[in-house]
Ligand binder design. Structure first.
Ligand code: 5GP
Ligand code: ZN
Length: 135
């Protein structure tokens, strides 16, 4: 069984932050920064694209609520809220989860976006490729 399902069942212990019938939030074991938590649905979905829209909407609102309160309780003003989809993007547990990572300074977690300095034509080509059927 998946490791997060084991946590939900109580077979693996966790430091719980929030729990209701549908969702659970608990400390990430790695603690990228103090207060790094995960928010998960109790129903097993392998990743964000497997989650039904209703659950995704609910977990988004819940994550906002937990992140706001967590930042207040830790007296921090910044945080990253993110989901990793797929191994190349860093997904290591195949049970959908959202990270909340409070930030204390700009180098406590390295999340860097390279600027590839694309030309205007390249930007147009990229936009044309990815916008197909988006609307
Ligand atoms: P991902 O890399 O899939 O986006 O995030 C998975 C996260 O789950 C990692 O940050 C990792 O530290 C955390 N994790 C893995 N196993 C356990 C565990 O047994 N307990 C807890 N609390 N977190 C875990
Ligand atoms: Zn699971």
């Amino acid at each position: 069984m998946c490791i997060f399902c084991e946590i939900i069942k109580g077979n693996i212990s966790s430091y719980k932050i929030y729990e209701d019938n549908e969702f659970l939030s608990f400390l990430d074991i790695s603690q990228a920064t103090n207060g790094h938590v995960l928010v998960i649905p109790k129903k097993h979905f392998a990743n964000i694209f497997e989650v039904d829209d209703d659950t995704l909407a609910k977990i988004s609102v819940l994550t906002k609520k937990i992140a706001l309160q967590l930042c207040k309780n830790l007296n921090v003003k910044n945080c990253n809220i993110l989901n990793n989809y797929g191994p190349l993007a860093g997904q290591t547990v195949n049970h959908f989860h959202i990270h909340i990572i409070p930030r204390y300074n700009d180098s406590d977690v390295i999340i860097k976006f390279n600027n590839q300095n694309k030309t205007k034509d390249e930007m147009i080509n990229i936009a044309n490729t990815i916008k197909n059927n988006c609307q």
